[in-house]
Design a protein. Sequence first.
Length: 561
Amino acid sequence: MSEERANNFIRALVDEDLASGRYPKVVTRFPPEPNGFLHIGHAKSVCLNFGLARDYGGHCNLRFDDTNPAKEDVEYVESIKEDVQWLGFTWDDRLYYASDYFERLCQRAEELIKKGHAYVCQLTPEQVRQYRGTLTEPGRDSPWRDRPSQESLELFRRMRAGHFAEGEMFLRARIDMASPNLNMRDPALFRIRKVSHHRTGDQWPIYPMYDYAHCVSDAIEGVTFSICTLEFEDHRPLYDWVLEKLDWPEPRPRQIEFARLNLEGALMSKRKLLQLVKENYVDGWDDPRLPTLAALRRRGVTPEAIRLFCERIGVAKKDSWIELEWLEKAIRDDLNPKVRRVMAVLDPLLVTLTNWPEGLVKDIPAPYFPDAPERMGFRDLRLTKRIYIEREDFSLDPPAGFHRLTLGGTARLRWSGYLRCQEAKLDAAGQPSELFCSYSEEPQGQVSAKKRPGIIHWAPAELSIPAVARLYDRLFVVPRPTGDLARELNPGSLVERANCRLEPALADLKTGERVQFERLGYFYLEKGPTATEPGLFNRVVTLKDSWAKAKKKEDKRGPES
C-alpha cells in the first residue's frame, strides 16, 4: 500500500464532496487538548489529518483546544508542537488556539440566546443529572428553560463579568429534553470557571464547552472536514445543530468519524498516563516504556516507523484492538535496512584462551551488512587472549537442545574460530566467573551434522568499549490493561545492564545513532560516553516477537498447565 494515497472510506467521502463541488479544497485540522503529551493514538490522527491535506493539495491547521485551563499547561503545548514536527508535518502559519476565539464564541452564544436557542440555567450539577433522564426515560425541562431571552442575555453578560460563583449558573442550548440522543438534551455551552488560563490569564471567568467551541472554531477557520474519533459520532447532531442555528453560511464543515487506535499492551488514556507519571511509576512522560511519542522518540523509534505503522493499520469505521506486534514489526521493518549489524555483550562472562599468545591481537574483517557487504563495507573485529561472551551462552548443566558452550563442549565465535571449554572457575555462589578455553580455526573433535556448534557473539576484553544498556519491555503483563497498577504492571519492564562491552568499531558511534546488536535487538545511543561515564543505549525493539512466541507456547499448554 502506498503511504501517499492509501485508500479508505474517508478518502472516498472526500472524493465525493470534491467531485460534487461542495468544497473547493480540503482543509483539515488536528485539535489536541494541551492537557498531556501525545501518544501513538494521536499519531494516527496526525497522520490522517495532515496526510489528507497534503495529498489533496489543501492544508491542515494545528489548533489547540485550550478550553479547560484547570488541566492545561504550556509544557504540553510545546511538546505537542515538537511531536507533530517530529512526525514530519508542518502547519506553516496555521497555528491556532480555541482561546483565539473566546470573544467570537461569546458573541455567537449571545446570538443563540437572542434567537431563543439558549438560556441561562441555575440547576446544580446534581440536579442536572436528575433532570437529564436515562437512555430509556426522557429528561425533564429545567425550571429556567422558558426564561425570557433578554433575562438570559443579561445573566450571561454578568457571568462573563465574573459576578457569579462556579456552579451557580451556566449557559445551555435549548434543544429537546426528550431526544433519544442524550447529547441533545439541552447541553451546556458555557460554564463558570475561576481559573487562570495559560494564554489569557484571568481575563475570562467563563469558558466554552468543547462541543460548542469545536464546531464554531472549525467554521471560523474554514475547515471542510472535521475528522474525529468514533466516540464523537453521537455528538455530530449537536455539531450540525449549532452551526445551523447560527445560520452559518455554506459550505459548513462536515464531521466524519473513524475508529480510534486501541493498542494492546498500553494505556491510551491521558488521565491514566498522567497517573503513571505523577505517582512515579515511570520516569516522566518520555519514559521509553510509555506509548507517548516523546517516549517512543527517546527509546529510538523513528518517525518513519510510526508513519509506516499508521499506514498499515489503516482507517476503519469500527473500533478494534491492534496487537502491539504490529507496531514492533513496523519498527523492525524500518530499522532493518538502515542500521549496522555489530556485536555487544550485555552480561559479560570472561573467557581466557589458553593457547593464545599473550599480547597477540588478530584483526578479523566482518561486514556491517552480512547479506550485502558492499553497502557499508567492513570493520575489524579484534581477537585477543581474553574475550567476553554472553553469560547465557554458557551452561554448566545444559538443558535439552542447548547448542552453545558447555564444559567440554564446543561453540563457534561469530566471524571467527571455535572455542572448546576446558575449565570453569566458579564464584562463591557457584556461578561461573571465568572460563578457560582452547581456540582453533576448525572445530576440535568430531562434530555431527545434527549437533553443529552454536554461534555466539563476543567482544575483546581489554579493547572493548564499556556501555550501559537499558532493556525495555512491555509495561503491563496483560494485553488490555485497565489501569489496575498493582495487578497489571510488569515488574520486569526495565532491566539495566551496567557492565556491557562493545566491539571496538563502535568507538565512532554518535549520540542518536542506531545499531543492531546481533542476536540482541536494535539499540539507540541516547547519551554518548564522557570521560567518566560510558554511553547509554536503549533497546528499541527485540529482533523477534518474544511475547507472541511465549503466548503461542502458553496456548499450546492450555489453561491448566
